[in-house]
Design a protein around this ligand. Structure first.
Ligand code: FE2
Ligand code: FE2
Length: 272
């Protein structure tokens, strides 16, 4: 179980759904989502059996991900509107809510705020895959959840070190894990068969220039992460600001005025 061994770390992250602490309903969903033959209907059915999950999914749809004024009130309608890849991510995100809170109080708020900012920017850029970008933002730190579930001691030590040495958690992870939480996010989302762009956004959110097929989308999430931290919303495991990639920032072409508007919109949506 040594997390400094890359192969062990990877298989440990990939078998996250075998953990006894993960509820059976979530295990079923993870399994179903990882299967190539699953239909939207089957996913909708499984979600609908779980009331808490249903309301959580709808809450996420209506808050950060889907920026329309009309409320979406049924799972099958949400699924129809959003499409398969977005729904996979959405369900995992909504189902992982409690795990996120357990591992790191404040990570859910950080994630939902990132998803909101990413959705706002993606819509301003007229991207076609706005919801996909938002969902990838919601799950960008899912690797931290894996680390916290499989290696709680090491994650705690890394967080303490980040605090003591005034470094980011990302940097501190290097001392305890063979690969960082972004790599863990890649392994997991590949296992769940997310599409290539969503995998890349999550895998490269700290180094957007490494993204080949989704550089703009990755830059959006990279910037959203930093903006949300700068605003002090939620908690992502450390108090330090990651370095802003200026090429990524330039690519977004956001003026100070734009950023002010984005923050206003974010705060409005968080108040709701
Ligand atoms: Fe991160
Ligand atoms: Fe983050």
């Amino acid at each position: 179980m040594n997390p400094m061994d890359p192969a062990i770390l990877r298989s440990s992250v990939e078998t996250i759904d075998s953990l006894p602490s993960i509820p059976t309903s979530l295990k079923q969903i993870m399994n179903l989502i990882g299967s190539s033959r699953v239909t939207l209907e089957e996913i909708a059915n499984l979600i609908s059996q779980d009331l808490a999950l249903t309301s959580r999914v709808l809450k996420v749809v209506n808050s950060a991900i889907y920026g329309v004024p009309e409320r979406i009130s049924s799972i099958s309608y949400a699924i129809m509107m959003l499409g398969m890849d977005t729904v996979r991510g959405l369900v995992i995100g909504a189902a992982a809510f409690e795990l996120m809170q357990k591992v790191m109080a404040g990570l859910w708020r950080h994630s939902i705020a990132c998803a909101t900012v990413a959705r706002i920017i993606a819509a301003r850029k007229d991207l076609r895959n706005v919801e996909e970008v938002a969902i990838a933002a919601l799950l960008h730190d899912v690797g931290k959840v894996c680390f916290g579930l499989k290696y709680p001691l090491e994650l705690k030590l890394a967080m303490d070190q980040a605090q003591d040495d005034e470094i980011t958690l990302l940097e501190a992870e290097k001392g305890y894990f063979a690969e960082d939480h972004a790599a863990a996010g890649r392994w997991l989302t590949e296992k769940w068969r997310f599409n290539r762009k969503m995998v890349e956004i999550i895998a490269c959110h700290h180094v957007p220039r490494l993204s080949c097929t989704a550089r703009l989308e990755t830059s959006i999430v990279h910037f959203a992460d930093i903006l949300v931290r700068a605003r002090g919303i939620g908690f992502a495991g450390d108090k330090m600001m990651p370095v802003l990639d200026d090429k990524a920032f330039d690519m977004l072409r956001l003026s100070k005025h734009d950023i002010r508007r984005i923050l206003e919109e974010l705060e409005e949506s968080l108040d709701e």
